[in-house]
Design a protein around this ligand. Structure first.
Ligand SMILES: [Zn+2]
Length: 320
């Protein structure tokens, strides 16, 4: 039997090496194509505006204007009190690669600066949405911090007036258009669509509360003045003696006589506050406690600003 020649073996070896070389070459090509794709996608994702918002209401408005051209996340959940947020390291990570952070301002987010500092993101731009808002409850004199008032720069709960939500949406549009000029027309169309949608809803909400014009209510926190002024409702007292100060027996006693005298039917409160004091007031007076979400995702089924307002207006119009 003929043994395979050394030449043949060598040929086989060269052939195998050649196949091996081709394989490696193919793999290298595939690898470089893959690297190019990764680079392309990372460049694309770099072009996308990355936004973080302090609250879920701002988050919803940014989504409405930016849609798929903007990546957006929020810090404070809708069922948390935005005045008092425990700072978590994960909030700093959210801000690390963001381009923009939007806040309500007027001292609502006393926790934000610490998160910004911790993010070590030098390129982050901070936008205060209160700039163009007509502010209410702005103190004329100096506020004594020892009194614990958490509205020292004016009332920050302006988002509960839908006309202010329109101002917020316009400001968000302007900032996004500067950040991503190539998408300006896209953002503008989304803004116009959203403003039309809100205008239609404002008409609907006003007619739902038309018969409640001039009615008086008590609220837990002093967060409803913008809302009340828009819809012609009077807020005549708060369960908190001052914004951020827990209820006291003496203040409760005053409220009980006030509720009885003015025949107040409703004690309106955000669902993240304790309802102990409001329930006590309700038992003594026959008024009804109404708990609502004052931010998006504040309770199941509230997934947008419009759904939040729908829910608040329905709760009031059914009980006022
Ligand atoms: Zn407040």
């Amino acid at each position: 039997m003929r043994q395979p020649s050394r030449f043949k073996c060598y040929f086989h070896l060269v052939h195998i090496k050649h196949i091996h070389f081709n394989l490696i070459r193919n793999m290298k090509m595939k690898k470089s194509i893959l690297s190019a794709l990764i680079l392309l996608f990372s460049t694309l994702s770099l072009a996308e505006v990355k936004v973080v918002t302090t609250t879920t209401v701002i988050y919803d408005l940014v989504k409405e204007i930016g849609k798929e051209k903007v990546k957006v996340d929020y810090i404070c959940r809708g069922d948390q009190d935005p005045h008092f947020l425990e700072i978590l390291p994960s909030y700093m990570l959210k801000l690390r690669n963001a381009n923009l952070v939007f806040k309500i301002g007027l001292g609502l987010e006393i926790w934000l600066q610490q998160i910004i500092d911790g993010s070590r993101n030098d390129k982050l731009k901070l936008i205060d949405l209160s700039t163009d808002i007509e502010k209410k409850d702005v103190p004329t004199g100096k506020i004594d911090a020892s009194q614990g008032d958490i509205h020292p720069n004016g009332n920050p709960h302006y988002w509960l007036d839908p006309e202010n939500a329109k101002i917020m949406a316009r400001n968000i549009f302007e900032v996004l258009a500067v950040e991503s000029p190539q998408d300006e027309n896209y953002f503008k169309k989304n803004l116009n669509d959203y403003i039309s949608k809100l205008d239609a809803k404002i008409g609907e909400w006003k007619s739902k509360l038309a018969s409640s014009q001039g009615r008086s209510i008590i609220t837990f926190h002093k967060s409803w003045i913008y809302f009340a002024d828009r819809f012609g409702i009077r807020v005549v007292g708060q369960v908190e003696p001052k914004p951020g100060i827990p209820p006291t027996p003496s203040h409760n006693a005053e409220l009980i006589s006030g509720i009885k005298k003015s025949e107040i039917k409703i004690i309106l409160m955000e669902n993240y506050y304790s309802d102990n004091a409001p329930n006590q007031l309700a038992r003594s007076t026959g008024a009804k406690v109404i708990k609502v979400a004052n931010s998006v995702y504040g309770q199941p089924g509230i997934n947008s600003y419009i759904q939040m307002m729908d829910s608040i207006i329905n709760s009031l119009s059914n009980n006022l």
